[in-house]
Design a protein around this ligand. Sequence first.
Ligand SMILES: Cc1cc2nc3c(=O)[nH]c(=O)nc-3n(C[C@H](O)[C@H](O)[C@H](O)COP(=O)(O)OP(=O)(O)OC[C@H]3O[C@@H](n4cnc5c(N)ncnc54)[C@H](O)[C@@H]3O)c2cc1C
Length: 384
Amino acid sequence: MFTPDKIQQHIVASIREFVARHVIPVASELEHKDEYPHEIVAGMKDLGLFGCNVPEEFGGLGLSYTTFAMIVEELSRGWMSIVGPIGTHSVICDIINRFGTDEQKQKYLPGLASGDRRGGLALSESDAGTDVQRLRTTATKVEGGYRINGSKMWITNGRYGNTFVLAAKTDPNTDPPYKGISAFIIEKGEGFHVARDIDKLGYRGVETCELYFDNFFVPDANLLGGEENQGFKHVMTGLESERINVAARGVGLARAAFEDAIAYAQQRETFGKPISHHQTIQIMLAEMGTKIEAARLLTYSAAEKKDRGERCDLEAGMAKLFATETAQEVAWTAMRVHGGAGYAKDLNIERYYRDAPLLVIGGGTNELQKLIIAKGLLAKYPAK
Ligand SMILES: Cc1cc2nc3c(=O)[nH]c(=O)nc-3n(C[C@H](O)[C@H](O)[C@H](O)COP(=O)(O)OP(=O)(O)OC[C@H]3O[C@@H](n4cnc5c(N)ncnc54)[C@H](O)[C@@H]3O)c2cc1C
Protein backbone atom coordinates (compact mmCIF):
# COMPACT_ATOMS: atom_id res chain seq x y z
CA MET A 1 0.00 0.00 0.00
CA PHE A 2 1.35 3.42 -1.00
CA THR A 3 1.20 6.03 1.78
CA PRO A 4 1.48 9.70 0.78
CA ASP A 5 3.77 11.80 2.98
CA LYS A 6 2.46 14.68 5.13
CA ILE A 7 3.01 17.34 2.45
CA GLN A 8 1.28 15.22 -0.19
CA GLN A 9 -1.66 14.62 2.16
CA HIS A 10 -1.96 18.36 2.76
CA ILE A 11 -1.82 19.16 -0.98
CA VAL A 12 -4.39 16.49 -1.83
CA ALA A 13 -6.72 17.77 0.92
CA SER A 14 -6.58 21.33 -0.39
CA ILE A 15 -7.18 20.28 -4.01
CA ARG A 16 -10.07 18.09 -2.87
CA GLU A 17 -11.60 21.07 -1.09
CA PHE A 18 -11.10 23.29 -4.15
CA VAL A 19 -12.80 20.67 -6.34
CA ALA A 20 -15.71 20.23 -3.92
CA ARG A 21 -16.28 23.94 -3.61
CA HIS A 22 -15.50 25.33 -7.07
CA VAL A 23 -15.62 22.49 -9.59
CA ILE A 24 -18.30 19.91 -8.79
CA PRO A 25 -21.15 22.44 -8.35
CA VAL A 26 -20.65 23.93 -11.84
CA ALA A 27 -19.03 21.16 -13.90
CA SER A 28 -22.17 19.63 -15.32
CA GLU A 29 -23.68 22.91 -16.48
CA LEU A 30 -20.46 24.21 -18.05
CA GLU A 31 -19.82 20.86 -19.70
CA HIS A 32 -23.24 20.63 -21.28
CA LYS A 33 -22.98 24.21 -22.52
CA ASP A 34 -19.41 23.53 -23.71
CA GLU A 35 -18.37 26.70 -21.88
CA TYR A 36 -14.76 27.44 -20.93
CA PRO A 37 -14.30 27.26 -17.13
CA HIS A 38 -12.62 30.68 -16.76
CA GLU A 39 -13.26 30.97 -13.01
CA ILE A 40 -12.01 27.49 -12.25
CA VAL A 41 -8.87 28.09 -14.30
CA ALA A 42 -8.31 31.39 -12.48
CA GLY A 43 -8.61 29.50 -9.18
CA MET A 44 -6.10 26.91 -10.37
CA LYS A 45 -3.76 29.76 -11.26
CA ASP A 46 -4.15 31.20 -7.73
CA LEU A 47 -3.29 27.79 -6.29
CA GLY A 48 -0.07 27.80 -8.34
CA LEU A 49 -1.07 24.72 -10.32
CA PHE A 50 0.39 26.03 -13.58
CA GLY A 51 3.81 25.79 -11.94
CA CYS A 52 3.49 22.30 -10.43
CA ASN A 53 6.52 20.88 -12.25
CA VAL A 54 8.50 24.10 -12.73
CA PRO A 55 11.51 24.31 -10.38
CA GLU A 56 11.25 26.77 -7.50
CA GLU A 57 14.15 28.86 -8.87
CA PHE A 58 11.84 29.80 -11.78
CA GLY A 59 8.86 30.54 -9.53
CA GLY A 60 7.19 27.11 -9.70
CA LEU A 61 6.21 24.65 -6.98
CA GLY A 62 8.87 22.13 -8.03
CA LEU A 63 6.67 19.17 -7.14
CA SER A 64 7.52 15.57 -7.89
CA TYR A 65 5.75 13.66 -10.67
CA THR A 66 4.12 11.53 -7.97
CA THR A 67 2.61 14.56 -6.23
CA PHE A 68 1.52 15.94 -9.59
CA ALA A 69 -0.23 12.64 -10.34
CA MET A 70 -2.14 12.96 -7.05
CA ILE A 71 -3.22 16.50 -7.94
CA VAL A 72 -4.33 15.41 -11.42
CA GLU A 73 -6.35 12.55 -9.95
CA GLU A 74 -8.22 14.93 -7.62
CA LEU A 75 -8.95 17.46 -10.37
CA SER A 76 -10.05 14.78 -12.79
CA ARG A 77 -12.35 13.27 -10.18
CA GLY A 78 -14.21 16.61 -10.19
CA TRP A 79 -14.18 17.16 -13.97
CA MET A 80 -11.64 15.69 -16.36
CA SER A 81 -11.70 18.74 -18.64
CA ILE A 82 -10.14 21.06 -16.06
CA VAL A 83 -6.89 19.10 -16.25
CA GLY A 84 -6.69 20.25 -19.91
CA PRO A 85 -5.33 23.74 -19.21
CA ILE A 86 -2.48 22.40 -17.03
CA GLY A 87 -1.91 19.06 -18.83
CA THR A 88 0.09 19.78 -21.99
CA HIS A 89 1.13 23.02 -20.28
CA SER A 90 3.03 20.89 -17.76
CA VAL A 91 4.51 18.84 -20.61
CA ILE A 92 6.00 21.89 -22.28
CA CYS A 93 7.29 23.15 -18.90
CA ASP A 94 9.02 19.80 -18.56
CA ILE A 95 10.46 19.93 -22.09
CA ILE A 96 11.73 23.52 -21.72
CA ASN A 97 13.19 22.82 -18.29
CA ARG A 98 14.94 19.68 -19.53
CA PHE A 99 16.17 20.79 -22.94
CA GLY A 100 15.89 24.60 -23.11
CA THR A 101 18.92 26.90 -23.10
CA ASP A 102 19.48 29.03 -19.97
CA GLU A 103 18.02 32.03 -21.81
CA GLN A 104 14.92 30.05 -22.84
CA LYS A 105 14.35 28.87 -19.27
CA GLN A 106 14.78 32.40 -17.87
CA LYS A 107 12.45 33.85 -20.47
CA TYR A 108 9.62 31.29 -20.43
CA LEU A 109 9.51 29.27 -17.22
CA PRO A 110 8.54 32.07 -14.77
CA GLY A 111 5.52 33.10 -16.89
CA LEU A 112 4.50 29.49 -17.40
CA ALA A 113 4.85 28.83 -13.66
CA SER A 114 2.57 31.72 -12.73
CA GLY A 115 0.02 30.85 -15.41
CA ASP A 116 0.40 34.26 -17.09
CA ARG A 117 1.68 32.22 -19.98
CA ARG A 118 -0.57 29.28 -20.90
CA GLY A 119 1.12 26.49 -22.75
CA GLY A 120 0.30 23.78 -25.25
CA LEU A 121 2.02 21.16 -27.35
CA ALA A 122 1.64 21.56 -31.13
CA LEU A 123 2.70 18.17 -32.38
CA SER A 124 -0.13 16.22 -34.07
CA GLU A 125 -1.33 16.95 -37.59
CA SER A 126 -4.32 15.68 -39.53
CA ASP A 127 -2.04 13.15 -41.22
CA ALA A 128 0.40 12.52 -38.38
CA GLY A 129 -0.73 11.34 -34.96
CA THR A 130 0.60 7.93 -33.96
CA ASP A 131 3.02 8.12 -36.89
CA VAL A 132 4.20 11.54 -35.80
CA GLN A 133 7.39 11.51 -37.85
CA ARG A 134 5.16 11.99 -40.91
CA LEU A 135 4.42 15.55 -39.84
CA ARG A 136 4.55 18.02 -42.72
CA THR A 137 4.81 21.42 -41.05
CA THR A 138 8.10 22.97 -42.16
CA ALA A 139 10.52 25.38 -40.54
CA THR A 140 12.61 27.00 -43.26
CA LYS A 141 15.80 28.80 -42.29
CA VAL A 142 15.80 32.52 -43.05
CA GLU A 143 17.85 35.48 -41.84
CA GLY A 144 17.63 35.58 -38.00
CA GLY A 145 15.23 32.66 -37.63
CA TYR A 146 12.76 30.33 -39.33
CA ARG A 147 9.52 30.63 -41.28
CA ILE A 148 6.89 28.09 -40.20
CA ASN A 149 4.30 26.82 -42.71
CA GLY A 150 1.74 24.07 -42.20
CA SER A 151 -1.07 23.09 -39.87
CA LYS A 152 -1.57 21.31 -36.57
CA MET A 153 -4.58 19.30 -35.44
CA TRP A 154 -6.12 18.57 -32.02
CA ILE A 155 -4.18 21.22 -30.13
CA THR A 156 -5.40 21.52 -26.54
CA ASN A 157 -5.23 25.13 -25.26
CA GLY A 158 -4.97 26.37 -28.85
CA ARG A 159 -7.36 29.28 -28.28
CA TYR A 160 -6.63 30.41 -24.70
CA GLY A 161 -2.97 29.39 -24.68
CA ASN A 162 -0.28 31.79 -25.85
CA THR A 163 2.98 29.81 -25.68
CA PHE A 164 3.54 26.47 -27.41
CA VAL A 165 6.23 23.96 -28.14
CA LEU A 166 5.87 23.21 -31.85
CA ALA A 167 7.46 20.37 -33.81
CA ALA A 168 8.35 21.06 -37.44
CA LYS A 169 10.61 19.65 -40.14
CA THR A 170 13.86 21.57 -40.50
CA ASP A 171 15.10 18.87 -42.83
CA PRO A 172 12.20 17.26 -44.75
CA ASN A 173 14.46 14.78 -46.60
CA THR A 174 16.11 12.79 -43.80
CA ASP A 175 15.77 9.03 -43.58
CA PRO A 176 14.38 8.07 -41.11
CA PRO A 177 12.13 11.17 -41.15
CA TYR A 178 12.17 11.78 -37.36
CA LYS A 179 15.80 12.87 -37.64
CA GLY A 180 14.71 16.02 -39.49
CA ILE A 181 12.31 17.27 -36.79
CA SER A 182 13.11 20.30 -34.62
CA ALA A 183 11.20 21.80 -31.71
CA PHE A 184 10.54 25.51 -31.26
CA ILE A 185 9.09 27.62 -28.47
CA ILE A 186 6.52 29.82 -30.14
CA GLU A 187 4.29 32.68 -29.08
CA LYS A 188 1.15 33.77 -30.87
CA GLY A 189 1.72 36.52 -33.46
CA GLU A 190 1.39 37.36 -37.13
CA GLY A 191 1.00 34.21 -39.21
CA PHE A 192 -0.28 32.05 -36.30
CA HIS A 193 -3.96 31.26 -36.89
CA VAL A 194 -6.55 29.35 -34.88
CA ALA A 195 -8.57 27.79 -37.71
CA ARG A 196 -11.36 26.29 -35.59
CA ASP A 197 -12.40 24.76 -32.30
CA ILE A 198 -13.19 21.07 -32.81
CA ASP A 199 -16.63 19.97 -31.55
CA LYS A 200 -16.15 16.84 -29.42
CA LEU A 201 -18.02 13.95 -27.81
CA GLY A 202 -16.53 14.67 -24.39
CA TYR A 203 -13.68 16.66 -22.84
CA ARG A 204 -15.95 19.61 -23.43
CA GLY A 205 -15.54 23.08 -21.98
CA VAL A 206 -11.85 23.21 -22.87
CA GLU A 207 -10.79 23.89 -26.40
CA THR A 208 -9.12 21.55 -28.87
CA CYS A 209 -8.09 23.44 -31.98
CA GLU A 210 -6.85 23.19 -35.49
CA LEU A 211 -4.04 25.70 -36.04
CA TYR A 212 -2.34 26.86 -39.17
CA PHE A 213 0.86 28.73 -39.78
CA ASP A 214 1.34 31.03 -42.71
CA ASN A 215 4.97 32.20 -42.99
CA PHE A 216 4.99 32.51 -39.21
CA PHE A 217 8.40 33.83 -38.04
CA VAL A 218 10.29 32.26 -35.13
CA PRO A 219 13.61 33.81 -34.10
CA ASP A 220 16.76 31.66 -33.84
CA ALA A 221 16.67 32.17 -30.06
CA ASN A 222 13.49 30.05 -29.93
CA LEU A 223 14.92 26.90 -31.47
CA LEU A 224 14.61 24.59 -28.45
CA GLY A 225 18.01 23.88 -26.93
CA GLY A 226 19.61 25.90 -29.77
CA GLU A 227 20.07 22.73 -31.82
CA GLU A 228 18.28 21.61 -34.99
CA ASN A 229 16.88 18.10 -35.58
CA GLN A 230 16.59 17.16 -31.89
CA GLY A 231 12.83 17.76 -31.76
CA PHE A 232 11.70 14.15 -31.84
CA LYS A 233 13.77 13.32 -28.75
CA HIS A 234 12.57 16.48 -26.96
CA VAL A 235 8.93 15.74 -27.59
CA MET A 236 9.08 12.01 -26.90
CA THR A 237 10.73 12.61 -23.53
CA GLY A 238 7.93 15.07 -22.72
CA LEU A 239 5.31 12.50 -23.69
CA GLU A 240 6.58 10.18 -20.97
CA SER A 241 5.36 12.67 -18.36
CA GLU A 242 2.17 13.21 -20.40
CA ARG A 243 1.40 9.49 -20.13
CA ILE A 244 1.74 9.52 -16.34
CA ASN A 245 -0.56 12.53 -16.25
CA VAL A 246 -3.11 10.85 -18.59
CA ALA A 247 -2.98 7.73 -16.39
CA ALA A 248 -3.72 9.90 -13.34
CA ARG A 249 -6.67 11.45 -15.17
CA GLY A 250 -7.94 7.92 -15.76
CA VAL A 251 -7.65 7.09 -12.06
CA GLY A 252 -9.54 10.28 -11.14
CA LEU A 253 -12.32 9.71 -13.65
CA ALA A 254 -12.68 6.05 -12.67
CA ARG A 255 -12.82 7.02 -9.00
CA ALA A 256 -15.57 9.55 -9.66
CA ALA A 257 -17.65 6.95 -11.51
CA PHE A 258 -17.01 4.32 -8.84
CA GLU A 259 -17.87 6.65 -5.94
CA ASP A 260 -21.13 7.62 -7.61
CA ALA A 261 -21.92 3.96 -8.32
CA ILE A 262 -21.24 2.68 -4.79
CA ALA A 263 -23.34 5.48 -3.28
CA TYR A 264 -26.21 4.80 -5.69
CA ALA A 265 -26.03 1.04 -5.11
CA GLN A 266 -26.62 1.54 -1.39
CA GLN A 267 -29.57 3.82 -1.89
CA ARG A 268 -31.44 2.28 -4.85
CA GLU A 269 -33.75 -0.57 -3.88
CA THR A 270 -35.13 -3.43 -5.98
CA PHE A 271 -36.92 -6.55 -4.76
CA GLY A 272 -37.10 -5.14 -1.25
CA LYS A 273 -33.40 -4.41 -0.68
CA PRO A 274 -30.64 -2.04 -1.79
CA ILE A 275 -29.10 -3.22 -5.08
CA SER A 276 -25.73 -3.36 -3.25
CA HIS A 277 -27.10 -6.52 -1.58
CA HIS A 278 -27.36 -8.29 -4.95
CA GLN A 279 -24.24 -10.29 -5.73
CA THR A 280 -24.08 -9.21 -9.37
CA ILE A 281 -23.78 -5.58 -8.24
CA GLN A 282 -21.26 -6.55 -5.54
CA ILE A 283 -19.09 -8.22 -8.18
CA MET A 284 -19.19 -5.04 -10.28
CA LEU A 285 -18.17 -2.94 -7.27
CA ALA A 286 -15.37 -5.33 -6.34
CA GLU A 287 -13.93 -5.34 -9.85
CA MET A 288 -14.14 -1.58 -10.18
CA GLY A 289 -12.52 -0.92 -6.79
CA THR A 290 -9.70 -3.41 -7.37
CA LYS A 291 -8.83 -2.11 -10.83
CA ILE A 292 -8.79 1.51 -9.66
CA GLU A 293 -6.39 0.64 -6.85
CA ALA A 294 -4.13 -1.25 -9.28
CA ALA A 295 -4.26 1.64 -11.77
CA ARG A 296 -3.25 4.12 -9.08
CA LEU A 297 -0.31 1.97 -7.95
CA LEU A 298 0.94 1.57 -11.53
CA THR A 299 0.69 5.33 -11.99
CA TYR A 300 2.67 6.06 -8.82
CA SER A 301 5.23 3.42 -9.74
CA ALA A 302 5.88 5.11 -13.12
CA ALA A 303 5.92 8.56 -11.49
CA GLU A 304 8.39 7.47 -8.81
CA LYS A 305 10.74 6.09 -11.46
CA LYS A 306 10.55 9.41 -13.31
CA ASP A 307 11.18 11.19 -9.98
CA ARG A 308 14.40 9.20 -9.65
CA GLY A 309 15.50 10.70 -12.98
CA GLU A 310 15.19 7.41 -14.88
CA ARG A 311 13.54 6.85 -18.27
CA CYS A 312 10.21 5.12 -17.69
CA ASP A 313 8.69 4.43 -21.14
CA LEU A 314 7.73 0.92 -20.09
CA GLU A 315 6.16 1.87 -16.74
CA ALA A 316 4.46 5.01 -18.06
CA GLY A 317 3.07 2.97 -20.97
CA MET A 318 1.74 0.29 -18.61
CA ALA A 319 0.20 2.88 -16.30
CA LYS A 320 -1.42 4.77 -19.20
CA LEU A 321 -2.74 1.59 -20.77
CA PHE A 322 -4.17 0.07 -17.61
CA ALA A 323 -5.51 3.23 -15.97
CA THR A 324 -7.28 4.48 -19.08
CA GLU A 325 -8.79 1.10 -20.00
CA THR A 326 -9.93 0.95 -16.37
CA ALA A 327 -11.50 4.42 -16.68
CA GLN A 328 -13.37 3.35 -19.81
CA GLU A 329 -14.57 0.10 -18.21
CA VAL A 330 -15.53 1.67 -14.88
CA ALA A 331 -17.47 4.49 -16.57
CA TRP A 332 -19.52 1.87 -18.42
CA THR A 333 -19.96 -0.37 -15.37
CA ALA A 334 -21.05 2.62 -13.28
CA MET A 335 -23.71 3.32 -15.91
CA ARG A 336 -24.93 -0.29 -15.66
CA VAL A 337 -25.14 0.04 -11.86
CA HIS A 338 -27.30 3.14 -12.34
CA GLY A 339 -29.66 1.52 -14.85
CA GLY A 340 -31.70 4.11 -16.77
CA ALA A 341 -30.68 6.90 -14.40
CA GLY A 342 -27.10 6.60 -15.68
CA TYR A 343 -28.22 7.33 -19.22
CA ALA A 344 -29.86 10.67 -18.38
CA LYS A 345 -28.04 13.99 -18.39
CA ASP A 346 -29.27 14.69 -14.83
CA LEU A 347 -26.36 12.71 -13.40
CA ASN A 348 -22.61 12.84 -14.11
CA ILE A 349 -22.42 9.20 -15.20
CA GLU A 350 -23.09 9.93 -18.90
CA ARG A 351 -20.30 12.57 -18.81
CA TYR A 352 -17.77 10.07 -17.45
CA TYR A 353 -18.86 7.70 -20.21
CA ARG A 354 -18.25 10.36 -22.88
CA ASP A 355 -14.98 11.61 -21.35
CA ALA A 356 -13.24 8.25 -20.86
CA PRO A 357 -12.51 7.34 -24.52
CA LEU A 358 -10.25 10.36 -24.98
CA LEU A 359 -7.91 8.92 -22.36
CA VAL A 360 -7.58 5.76 -24.44
CA ILE A 361 -6.71 7.81 -27.56
CA GLY A 362 -4.84 10.92 -26.31
CA GLY A 363 -1.20 11.04 -25.23
CA GLY A 364 -0.53 8.19 -27.69
CA THR A 365 -3.22 5.56 -28.32
CA ASN A 366 -3.35 2.44 -26.19
CA GLU A 367 -2.39 0.37 -29.24
CA LEU A 368 0.79 2.44 -29.38
CA GLN A 369 1.31 1.90 -25.62
CA LYS A 370 1.21 -1.85 -26.22
CA LEU A 371 3.95 -1.51 -28.85
CA ILE A 372 6.05 0.57 -26.44
CA ILE A 373 5.47 -1.93 -23.62
CA ALA A 374 6.38 -4.90 -25.85
CA LYS A 375 9.57 -3.14 -26.99
CA GLY A 376 10.51 -2.48 -23.36
CA LEU A 377 9.79 -6.05 -22.31
CA LEU A 378 11.77 -7.53 -25.21
CA ALA A 379 14.73 -5.33 -24.22
CA LYS A 380 14.35 -6.42 -20.58
CA TYR A 381 14.16 -10.11 -21.50
CA PRO A 382 16.60 -10.52 -24.41
CA ALA A 383 16.76 -13.83 -26.31
CA LYS A 384 19.24 -16.24 -24.73
C1 LIG B 1 -9.38 15.80 -27.59
C2 LIG B 1 -7.98 15.60 -28.10
C3 LIG B 1 -6.96 16.41 -27.62
C4 LIG B 1 -5.66 16.26 -28.14
N1 LIG B 1 -4.67 17.15 -27.73
C5 LIG B 1 -3.49 17.15 -28.39
C6 LIG B 1 -2.51 18.18 -28.12
O1 LIG B 1 -2.70 19.05 -27.27
N2 LIG B 1 -1.38 18.18 -28.87
C7 LIG B 1 -1.13 17.24 -29.82
O2 LIG B 1 -0.08 17.33 -30.47
N3 LIG B 1 -2.01 16.24 -30.07
C8 LIG B 1 -3.18 16.18 -29.39
N4 LIG B 1 -4.11 15.20 -29.67
C9 LIG B 1 -3.82 14.22 -30.72
C10 LIG B 1 -3.62 12.81 -30.19
O3 LIG B 1 -2.37 12.70 -29.58
C11 LIG B 1 -3.80 11.86 -31.39
O4 LIG B 1 -5.18 11.88 -31.74
C12 LIG B 1 -3.34 10.46 -31.08
O5 LIG B 1 -1.95 10.42 -30.94
C13 LIG B 1 -3.76 9.47 -32.21
O6 LIG B 1 -3.40 9.93 -33.46
P1 LIG B 1 -4.47 9.96 -34.64
O7 LIG B 1 -5.69 10.62 -34.13
O8 LIG B 1 -3.81 10.56 -35.83
O9 LIG B 1 -4.82 8.45 -34.93
P2 LIG B 1 -4.03 7.47 -35.95
O10 LIG B 1 -2.57 7.60 -35.70
O11 LIG B 1 -4.53 7.72 -37.31
O12 LIG B 1 -4.52 6.05 -35.44
C14 LIG B 1 -5.74 5.43 -35.91
C15 LIG B 1 -5.79 4.03 -35.33
O13 LIG B 1 -4.70 3.24 -35.81
C16 LIG B 1 -3.97 2.69 -34.72
N5 LIG B 1 -2.56 2.58 -35.08
C17 LIG B 1 -1.79 3.51 -35.68
N6 LIG B 1 -0.55 3.05 -35.88
C18 LIG B 1 -0.52 1.78 -35.36
C19 LIG B 1 0.48 0.75 -35.27
N7 LIG B 1 1.71 0.93 -35.69
N8 LIG B 1 0.11 -0.43 -34.71
C20 LIG B 1 -1.13 -0.63 -34.26
N9 LIG B 1 -2.11 0.30 -34.32
C21 LIG B 1 -1.81 1.49 -34.87
C22 LIG B 1 -4.21 3.67 -33.57
O14 LIG B 1 -3.96 3.07 -32.32
C23 LIG B 1 -5.67 4.01 -33.79
O15 LIG B 1 -6.46 2.95 -33.29
C24 LIG B 1 -5.39 15.27 -29.10
C25 LIG B 1 -6.42 14.42 -29.53
C26 LIG B 1 -7.70 14.56 -29.05
C27 LIG B 1 -8.79 13.66 -29.55
